[in-house]
Ligand binder design. Structure first.
Ligand SMILES: *Cc1c(COP(=O)(O)O)cnc(C)c1O
Length: 422
């Protein structure tokens, strides 16, 4: 039997942090959990997950054999059981610097590279470093809600600039200039785009850099989908324009190698003029990394081989799969009257679809659409509100082709069933 507590309870002096709860409520995960909770447990059909971008469970998206061997070599070498320096091990930083320099007009030094636990931690690092009283950052709408979550938590004000669907989701640079003031510190772009599935042209990226220079701010370029471009525009890293304005690139192997569980990424300073160093940003990055955790040393040991040994064949195979999946997705969307896709996806893993609610009978908005779709058809699709664009949908097409067909057919059946009768 439990012993009686001899003291009468005192007021406990601790409590949780409401700011944290508020920050996490805006993440994609929060919305997807709600949709998963609405599934009908009696539907015998498999659930089709077109809501989030992790194709790693699907056999046709298995990572490269060279990458798997790299992990096992790293493990059995017994050389990587140690702690890592907080900025990452030198050989791994060197490998990432060389890998990324191939696409740049100058050479990155290993000192420009900081290894992080995925692109997620790289975003955490830079937003924490930039937080100071009254600072604000400019975020794309639609965008990736982790930026908002981090900004709320670090007490940085954020201001939205719009991406233009009729111009392949280019940045509305005019609004960027109107939004910025003397407290603006950075602009965030995501290229190739999540959620838009777009790939920016060289000329447009150059204009973004020139605008940043004019405003005296840095560019944070989220290139977690780097090289996942299968349309008319090749992938161009923002770092190409690092001498126009300082660029901080954040990325990882999570999406290109389809191993988001390996948790390794990077924050890279693309700043040939040394402006970030001069303004203390580099020291702050190092200081923050000194008080946070590092990516597993085993994976840092492996990344050298992952980057050097993965064959072109693997990348081409994945790009072809994504291109075909995007085609399948677009042609099905065209058959659905209440859907419009103003800009064909050319990169990453998503299509953004505009909902015409006037053609539907009993659907209130995008969230209502997704909740009912989950209940009636066991298909999960992300409502646009989760990425800042109400009454749009983000459909992930990076799933097994048979599952994609099945999912799109169920979405079509759902739309026809809910269509307004003439
Ligand atoms: C997936 C994703 C990330 C996070 O990448 P990890 O390497 O898994 O941490 C960051 N930014 C965008 C835009 C993403 O889609």
């Amino acid at each position: 039997m439990a012993t009686e507590n001899e003291f009468s309870p005192k007021e406990w002096s601790f409590k949780g942090d409401e700011l944290l709860v508020r920050s996490s409520a805006v993440t994609v995960r929060g919305v997807l959990d709600k949709l998963m909770g609405n599934l009908n447990p009696n539907d015998p059909r498999p659930t089709i997950p077109l809501g989030h971008g992790d194709p790693s469970p699907f056999p046709s998206f298995r990572t490269a054999p060279e990458a798997e061997n790299a992990i096992s070599d790293s493990l059995y070498s017994a050389k990587f059981n140690c702690y890592s320096p907080s900025v990452g091990t030198l050989p791994a930083r060197k490998a990432v610097a060389e890998h990324l320099s191939r696409d740049l007009p100058y050479k990155l030094s290993p000192d420009d590279v900081y290894l992080t636990s995925g692109c997620t931690q790289a975003i955490e690092v830079i937003l924490t470093v930039l937080a100071r009283p009254n600072a604000n950052i400019l975020l794309p709408r639609p965008g990736y809600p982790y930026y908002e979550a981090r900004a709320i938590f670090s007490n940085i004000e954020f201001r939205y600039f719009d991406l233009l669907p009729e111009k392949d989701w280019e940045v509305n640079l005019h609004t960027v200039e109107l939004l910025a003031d003397e407290n603006t510190v950075a602009i965030v772009i995501i290229n190739p785009g999540n959620p838009c599935g777009n790939v920016y042209k060289y000329e447009h990226l150059k204009k973004v850099a020139e605008t940043a220079r004019k405003l005296g701010i840095l560019v944070i370029s989220d290139e977690v989908y780097y090289h996942l471009a299968f349309g008319k525009n090749p992938f161009v890293p923002m770092g190409v324009f690092g001498s126009i304005a300082p660029v901080i690139t954040v990325g990882s192997i999570s999406k290109r190698w389809i191993v988001p569980g390996w948790r390794i990424g990077w924050l890279v300073t693309n700043d040939p003029n040394g402006i970030l160093k001069k303004h203390g940003v580099v020291d702050s990055i190092i200081a923050f990394l000194n008080i946070s955790s590092d990516p597993a040393t085993i994976v840092q040991g492996a990344i050298i081989q992952v980057l050097e040994k993965t064959k072109e064949e693997f990348f081409l195979k994945i790009l072809n799969q994504l291109r075909e999946a995007a085609e399948t997705c677009c042609s099905k969307i065209k058959e659905i009257p209440c859907f419009a896709c103003p800009s064909k996806p050319e990169g990453a893993m998503f299509a953004l679809v505009k909902l015409d609610l006037s053609l539907l009978e009993d659907i209130e908005d995008d969230l209502d659409f997704c909740l009912k779709l989950s209940k009636e058809e066991s298909v999960i699709v992300l409502p646009g509100l989760a990425v800042g664009l109400k009454n749009w949908l983000r459909i992930t097409y990076s799933v097994e082709p048979s599952a994609l067909d099945d999912g799109l057919n169920r979405i079509k059946a759902f739309c026809l069933r809910h269509a307004k009768k003439q």
